[in-house]
Design a protein around this ligand. Sequence first.
Ligand SMILES: *[C@@H]1O[C@H](CO)[C@@H](O)[C@H](O)[C@H]1NC(C)=O
Ligand SMILES: *[C@@H]1O[C@H](CO)[C@@H](O)[C@H](O)[C@H]1NC(C)=O
Ligand SMILES: *[C@@H]1O[C@H](CO)[C@@H](O)[C@H](O)[C@H]1NC(C)=O
Ligand SMILES: *[C@@H]1O[C@H](CO)[C@@H](O)[C@H](O)[C@H]1NC(C)=O
Ligand SMILES: *[C@@H]1O[C@H](CO)[C@@H](O)[C@H](O)[C@H]1NC(C)=O
Ligand SMILES: *[C@@H]1O[C@H](CO)[C@@H](O)[C@H](O)[C@H]1NC(C)=O
Length: 664
Amino acid sequence: MKSPFFQLLACLPFFWGAAGQATTLAPKKFLSIPLGAIKPTGWLFDQLMVQTNGLAGHEHEFYNYVSQTDWTGGTSAYSSLEEAGSYWFNAMVPNGILVNNSAINAKTSAFLSYVLSHQDSTGWLGPEVGTTKPRYLWGRYPFMFGAIQMTEFDPSLTNEVVTALYKFVNLANTMLRSNNTVGVEDWTATRWFDFVITLQWLYDNHPQGTASQALLIDTMERLKWTGVPWEKVFSKQFFPTTAVEHTPNPFNLPLTWHGVNLAEGLKALPATYRFTHNQSDLDTASQGWDLLFQYHGRPSGIYAADEYLAGLEAIRGTELCLVVETMFSGSFLYQVIGDPKFLDRVERIAYNALPGTLTGNMWSRQYLQQQNQIAARNMSTNPFANDGEPYSNVFGLEPNYPCCTVNHPQGWPKFITNSFVTTPDNLSLVQVYLGPFSTSVTLGSGNTVTANVATLYPFGDTLTTTLVSKSAFTYYVRIPSWVVGGTIAVNGAAAKPVAPVNGLQAVSVAAGTTKFVLQLPAPITIESRPHGSIAVHRGPLHYAFDIPRSQKVLATNARQPMAQDLEFDATANWQYAIDPATLKFTSSPPASGILPSPIFDSGLPPLKITVNACLVNWAVAAPTYAASPPTNPACTGVNTTITLTPYGSTKLRISEFPVLTKPL
Ligand SMILES: *[C@@H]1O[C@H](CO)[C@@H](O)[C@H](O)[C@H]1NC(C)=O
Ligand SMILES: *[C@@H]1O[C@H](CO)[C@@H](O)[C@H](O)[C@H]1NC(C)=O
Ligand SMILES: *[C@@H]1O[C@H](CO)[C@@H](O)[C@H](O)[C@H]1NC(C)=O
Ligand SMILES: *[C@@H]1O[C@H](CO)[C@@H](O)[C@H](O)[C@H]1NC(C)=O
Ligand SMILES: *[C@@H]1O[C@H](CO)[C@@H](O)[C@H](O)[C@H]1NC(C)=O
Ligand SMILES: *[C@@H]1O[C@H](CO)[C@@H](O)[C@H](O)[C@H]1NC(C)=O
């Protein structure tokens, strides 16, 4: 049965068409900076090299979905612009460029050339060329993001890429005008905004006159009309407040509550606002973000959806694809809306949830991660409502589904390229994510600026920034909401308390060299979780008990011995309750100033929190996963001290603990 919304949607083109269309796009609050202008340095460069030397940087050599050379055809429909090739390209364009890896750059360039040179006379891009397969629009969207990034890095590609995109837009507009909306299957109906964002890139950067701008806006509106009404999905009225496996979906399309669609769909309303100019779209986008984390959020920064939204229980799953998509969407939300809450959360996800779901060397990744994860193995019985596949939480090449193998590599590179923005007047540079970076940009009025940020952050609280600018200007840097007692010292003057406005600290910079030092301490904080349990944070990092583990190789790829499926099992007790009054933070920065490589594995980060704990009766719900934390349990063993370490470095863990209330 069709939902009322879809009946309504069928009518909308008539009403909206008659009302006339918007003729301009609303501006963004902050402007993104072209790929290549912002580089990772220090430990973050090393992390991107770990990714490059791991699965991400090698999969094009051996992984069947992306290792063929016939990019738009291939042996499998799935292999190319229908999903795998498109996701891979979107991720590996920035990865290759940020580490200047000539093999990867050659591969992404070849991919671009192949796709563009096989565009057919109608304008279609993709594997359906010369076949009778239906032409679905969505699979091309991540490819377009890759092509945009490559063009921003190498403007000599502009003519070729922009011409091909306009040809495709003409075709897509015709398809969307046809009465049965050719090309819009369920995934296109949910992910329409990614095409809208591409159309907005053309409008902002490569306008070709009023008629073509009208066509771009008309296509944006048609994409919205033929797609999911995200303003309803993210409304208080319809947003699900529990795991959804027993909740009927009111949208006719259950995919609206699919984890990855929601992660990508966070971009729908900010993109919509640009052509509707309707403040309600921004308000709902912001509220939807809050609802998602209030009812499904995790202390690691992300939310749970083991296929569909999964509520608050610590053993439910979070898919890796939604981790990286939420990071990218959060960056876009900030650029359109300007609320620093998006930045705080993206940073938490990047420094906790993302590394926690990959092995330290980034050769093996999970499909689903858990906050409380006592085993990563064949789950003969499992807690995931729609991911009953036994391998969902194994660390491997393609546990359960292959999509995250090709999609996860966008996480770090896009975090890096979105870590600085400029103000809309193009006169100020803004550092929005904290970490070690170097940036070189030309601002409006020709002011050339370089910024070098030296820091161990998030493994340290001190950031030393050196700016070199041709003229005087105002620089901004984000001060996260968790900082207490932060200070700034400019050019060797005495440190002063930071005074951020809307999350940003302004620094007045004279022409020449300016150096300033930020100290950004944070207290330990406690987050309340279900069943009276608690989670522990300090600053950007969330802390977990790293369960000692054994490892068993379940499978090794025939073409690449590093690509293994790994089982992890607990080799020690994990059934601890903790006393939050005894939490104590210690930092032991490396004498060399250089962190271990890789950094995100057991015992490697130089930070820890100790806490008084005791063993309690805490059952397993199945051999492979823990029951909910017991409420107010009594100690069954003597007091002990346990050490909590950054979540991202743990692969088995407890991070939602019962509270120690009745000592033995
Ligand atoms: C990137 O690598 C190429 C060789 O592969 C080299 O010629 C070029 O100078 C490098 N670029 C940068 C910015 O390091
Ligand atoms: C759509 O349907 C209307 C009414 O049946 C018809 O006049 C029009 O030609 C159709 N348009 C297309 C593109 O098929
Ligand atoms: C703005 O969006 C809201 C919610 O979708 C809608 O009810 C309202 O009519 C829109 N306003 C305009 C002027 O289109
Ligand atoms: C997973 O475990 C179940 C039950 O222990 C077993 O039947 C099944 O074959 C295992 N699956 C794999 C892929 O090893
Ligand atoms: C900012 O100004 C520089 C220098 O004039 C220019 O190259 C760049 O395109 C401008 N950026 C935007 C987003 O307008
Ligand atoms: C055990 O821990 C509790 C809570 O931290 C504390 O109140 C109690 O004094 C401790 N007992 C011993 C014997 O250390």
